[in-house]
Design a protein around this ligand. Structure first.
Ligand SMILES: O=C(CO)COP(=O)(O)O
Length: 271
């Protein structure tokens, strides 16, 4: 999964669309079908650039039916999971249920979960372990708020999150992990971290993983950037050496825009 079939990249680029709390299941399958048609018209090679969408929980069954019925190559996942597998946890969703619905990925620790739902690093560590129990690949989201950035503490803050969230995970698990650096000040604000910022943070996270595990693990972990990614800025961010993909919010709800992000290689500046 993490060995690239795309010669330009060390790791297979991953373009992920987080729909957040948008799109009911009828709207969701329409969006997904249009995306698949657009990418198929453009002869998109999913082996070169992987595509994953994160619909709301209530869309997942229809997503599974559409993907299986039409043999789509777009993958899908959930926006959250419970740290528990079953039991008296009203309103929670088990990783076991997500696996049964054909999910490949699951988001863990999105900043909106950390802030709106007060999720702690200890809880996120439990959620990562739950994802691995059910063979779901977690996309762990980390990143700092504006005040931390202005104080110049963004690297320290983000690496502390990485260390706490990964506690107790083994090398094989972390080799398969995806980490998305999403600075909170750039989410939904139109304020995008520049390619240099994305590279600085992804390089720092990779170095931290090399420190915690070893170079071979760090060479496999995929690192994404998220925060106001659009077709117009995706290629420059994805051109950075340590950035292996993007986690897209608002722009993933627009088929043309998201398909253009998936096809970012057309806009890569080659030197
Ligand atoms: O939170 C995000 C993706 O998870 C980013 O959202 P936007 O792309 O809308 O800024």
């Amino acid at each position: 999964m993490t060995t690239s079939t795309n010669g330009k990249f060390d790791r297979t680029p991953l373009i992920a669309g987080n729909w957040k709390m948008n799109m009911d299941h009828v709207q969701g399958i329409t969006l997904l079908q249009k995306l698949a048609w657009t990418l198929s018209d453009a002869r998109h090679d999913y082996g070169r650039v992987e595509v994953v969408v994160f619909p709301p929980f209530t869309d997942l069954r229809s997503t599974q039916t559409l993907v299986a019925g039409d043999k789509l190559k777009v993958e899908y996942g959930a926006q959250d999971l419970s740290p528990n597998d079953s039991g008296a946890f009203t309103g929670d969703i088990s990783g076991q249920f997500l696996a049964k619905l054909g999910c490949s990925y699951v988001l863990v620790g999105h900043s909106e979960r950390r802030s709106v739902h007060g999720e702690s690093d200890e809880l996120l560590n439990e959620k990562l372990k739950a994802a691995y129990r059910h063979n779901l690949v977690p996309i762990l989201c980390v990143g700092e708020g504006l005040e931390v950035r202005q104080a110049g503490d963004h690297v320290l803050h983000t690496l502390a999150q990485v260390r706490k969230d990964l506690a107790g995970l083994n090398a094989e698990q972390v080799s398969n992990l995806v980490i998305a650096y999403e600075p909170i000040w750039a989410i939904g604000t139109g304020e995008v971290a520049g390619p240099d910022d994305a590279q600085e943070m992804c390089a720092a996270i990779r170095a931290e993983i090399a420190d915690l595990y070893d170079d071979s693990v760090a060479a496999k972990t995929r690192l994404l950037y998220g925060g106001s990614v659009k077709a117009a800025n995706a290629a420059s961010i994805l051109g950075e050496r340590d950035v292996d993909g993007v986690l897209v919010g608002g722009a993933s709800l627009d088929v043309g825009e998201f398909a253009n992000i998936v096809r970012f290689e057309q806009h890569l500046v080659t030197d």
